[in-house]
Ligand binder design. Sequence first.
Ligand SMILES: CCCCCCCCCCCCCCC(=O)SCCNC(=O)CCNC(=O)[C@H](O)C(C)(C)COP(=O)(O)OP(=O)(O)OC[C@H]1O[C@@H](n2cnc3c(N)ncnc32)[C@H](O)[C@@H]1OP(=O)(O)O
Ligand SMILES: CCCCCCCC/C=C\CCCCCCCC(=O)OC[C@@H](O)COP(=O)(O)O
Length: 233
Amino acid sequence: MEVSVGTAALALALLLLPLLYERCGSFRFFCKMGFYNGWILLLALVAIPLCALRGRDVENMKIIRGLMQHVKRLYGIRMEVRGAHNFPPRQPYVVVSNHQSSLDLLGMMEVLPDRCVPIAKRELLYMGAVGVVCWLGGIIFIDRKRTHDAISTMAEAAHTMLSQDVRVWVFPEGTRNHSGSMLPFKRGAFHLAVQAQVPVVPIVISSYQHFYSKRERRFTQDVWGTGTCGAGG
Ligand SMILES: CCCCCCCCCCCCCCC(=O)SCCNC(=O)CCNC(=O)[C@H](O)C(C)(C)COP(=O)(O)OP(=O)(O)OC[C@H]1O[C@@H](n2cnc3c(N)ncnc32)[C@H](O)[C@@H]1OP(=O)(O)O
Ligand SMILES: CCCCCCCC/C=C\CCCCCCCC(=O)OC[C@@H](O)COP(=O)(O)O
């Protein structure tokens, strides 16, 4: 039997991959993040036909939330939610939350109230199936480079919150920040709350420095918390 050099090299590489995964933290980090993105992309492909039945509708966020629930278990992450009773039961509000990385999606989907949509950078719309799902879920897109347009979008959102009983989730830092402290807040979320005359509900997604660090390429398993800190008017 003849085995080409290429086939032998491929077989050797495949045999070495588990060893590399076991021994090399950086390789493990890239595998885990690659799988995270790939899996979400796959889930988005499942979500598209389900959400498309309704068209663009905030009720589709329930489908997205439901499909995302198991992802934490794939990573051995156990979440603790504290203070969920602080969400106002029957009125629109603006959620403000810290934003460390794309892993925050897991924390967000753990506590996302019904009829609540995030405000997201416009670029997410162009992430293939993920963008389509975001659009179908009624996610509000802003162009951060055009403040005037973003402000108009937020003003429309204030109107939608009241006319369609929608809650809005904003990351007021305006970008991912894994430094351990908070960036100065952008003001849009607070203008939105004032314009719609609704409460602001602060949420803290606890630091995941002890199990995840992009800089150190470290991603292990742990308990992780999301807490609402009470609703203020
Ligand atoms: C099944 C699997 C499927 C998977 C599906 C996955 C779903 C994923 C969804 C998750 C999405 C998460 C996405 C997260 C993000 O994209 S974070 C990035 C986007 N978010 C933000 O940028 C936060 C919101 N930004 C703001 O609120 C900003 O304030 C903004 C409106 C954009 C303006 O930005 P900027 O100019 O940089 O900052 P300032 O805050 O300083 O504002 C400038 C002046 O404008 C005044 N201002 C702001 N907003 C308003 C307003 N609404 N009305 C009136 N005036 C406003 C502000 O006061 C400043 O003026 P002064 O200095 O006060 O005079
Ligand atoms: C045809 C194009 C195909 C592109 C395919 C891309 C595949 C990507 C698949 C899944 C990505 C899942 C991640 C969902 C987004 C998580 C939200 C997020 O973290 O957005 C970043 C935003 O908060 C702030 O952005 P910046 O920190 O300012 O930057």
